[in-house]
Design a protein around this ligand. Structure first.
Ligand code: SF4
Length: 455
């Protein structure tokens, strides 16, 4: 069994959880559909976004240098990090320069990708995640299970228990308003104490050198406005050429993510306030390599809206942690094999290839086709386990030879008819776990057609 299947089977043991996880995400998907249908230019926006990103990916070096030049003109310190280690070391150095022992961080999948919390924790620096969902999973010592809704796998009753245990809130109180107020009270203290604020970046504008961060809680602003040092961490693919392009993406992002017309806060950071510092870290970490992979470079268009996760029948029923990667779901299954093909070779198979992910993607990434391409790469590079590669080879030789196909079909129908059911649906046959093999038909379609074609 693959790693994804093993972890998914743990998740689906709790049938109730599987159902409400599925339903909650489908609810978000339906909200997205409703607002997309109301937006008359929806397809034009998707086309525009995809074309802007095509331009960015073809001229990434030029836009990155333009961005750096303009950011520096604004008084921002720009750092380049080749990988996660370098990214974390740069942050550590900035913190050391300011003798900072505590930081507040707003939501950033990139710092998750780099394992920043763990790294800083090991160096004696306390990181407080300030996005409510992120804070919940941080208190539970878990990674996020969704890129937009990090705690979607947890029920409010569990949050109530957690806050009671950690912050002494009233036992049994799972009222979302009370829980949010207590989180706000706890987080305020940290905003007051932290000297450094870290944020992710949704968009970086080459022509201005500024960065844009979209949140629903305002935690990014509060952090940056109260700290004396602000650090913005971004992947090099987050660049857009001009400010006039921003509206295309902000209109698509919130609608695709949660069905909102816009995120509550769309914060623009251009320069440090007087007496403070502003740093931007540009991280590669395998992105250049992905850019060089013809079939997969489009995945760098992703604006991390999460729509492909919400619609995916596998993600909704297997939970984000089953993907054992920073970015779960369909887009993560394309990005993760780029970082470590062997470790993540199971993920492109965690899909029905139904294409729903590609249909909802606001930047028109051909997600399901790329999943299929990864399967072919994984097979041809010998990264498929024997339990899959041998049956595939046998199937291939049967399917490409009509005579063998007919004989094999006849043989299989006869054998399946004779074999007692417990032998067919044995636990050794993984396919039959949770479902039974259908009864074989009396004859093949070809045989039936021969007899009936004149009728
Ligand atoms: S691949 Fe498309 S749908 Fe999925 S998170 Fe990225 S932008 Fe959204």
């Amino acid at each position: 069994m693959s790693e994804h299947s093993k972890k998914a089977s743990v998740f689906i043991e709790n049938e109730q959880r599987t159902s409400w996880h599925d339903e909650s995400l489908w609810f978000v998907r339906k909200k997205r559909d409703a607002i997309a249908f109301k937006t008359t230019q929806w397809e034009s926006l998707r086309n525009a976004a995809s074309q802007i990103k095509d331009n960015v990916l073809s001229n990434l070096d030029i836009y990155l240098l333009e961005f750096e030049t303009n950011a520096k003109k604004n008084g921002v310190t720009v750092h380049w990090a080749e990988d996660a280690i370098e990214h974390n070391q740069i942050i550590h150095q900035i913190l050391n320069n300011h003798k900072a022992k505590k930081i507040v961080k707003s939501k950033s999948m990139l710092t998750e990708e780099c394992g920043l919390n763990h790294y800083l924790d090991e160096h004696g620096i306390e990181v407080i995640d300030t996005d409510l969902g992120e804070r919940i999973i941080q208190l539970r010592n878990e990674p996020p299970s969704h890129i937009v809704l990090p705690a979607i796998h947890i029920k409010k009753e569990e949050v109530g228990e957690l806050f009671h245990e950690k912050w002494g809130t009233e036992k049994g109180n799972a009222d979302p308003t009370c829980l949010t107020h207590s989180a706000r009270r706890e987080l305020r203290k940290n905003f007051d104490e932290a000297e450094v604020a870290i944020t992710g970046v949704n968009f970086a504008i080459a022509e201005t050198g500024g960065v844009v961060v979209c949140t629903n809680e305002g935690n990014s602003d509060l952090g940056c406005h109260t700290a004396t040092v602000q650090i913005h961490c971004m992947g090099i693919e987050k660049i857009i050429p001009k400010t006039e392009h921003l509206g295309v993406f902000t209109r698509l992002l919130a609608r695709s993510a949660t069905g909102q017309p816009t995120t509550i806060y769309t914060s623009h950071y251009h320069k440090p306030r007087p007496g403070t510092e502003m740093h931007i870290i540009l991280l590669d970490n395998g992105r250049s390599q992905q850019l060089g992979r013809e079939k997969f470079r489009n995945s760098l268009k992703c604006i991390r809206c999460g729509a492909c996760l919400n619609t995916c029948p596998i993600y909704r029923r297997s939970g984000g942690h089953s993907y054992h990667a920073t970015i779960p779901g369909p887009i993560g299954s394309i990005l993760s094999p780029n970082i470590d093909l062997k470790k993540y070779s199971d993920l492109p198979f965690a899909s029905t290839l139904c294409g729903s992910c590609s249909d909802v993607c606001p930047v028109k990434i051909n997600i399901h086709e790329q999943l299929y391409h990864w399967r072919q790469e994984i097979y041809s590079r010998g990264n498929l386990p024997k339990s899959k590669s041998i049956p595939l080879k046998i199937t291939k030789s049967i399917l490409e030879n009509p005579k063998i196909y007919n004989v094999a079909g006849n043989f299989a129908r006869k054998v399946l008819k004779i074999l007692p059911e417990p032998i067919v649906n044995t636990s050794a046959n993984i396919w039959s776990i949770g479902r039974d093999l259908p009864k074989p038909p009396e004859e093949s379609f070809k045989e039936w057609y021969k007899k009936n074609k004149d009728e």
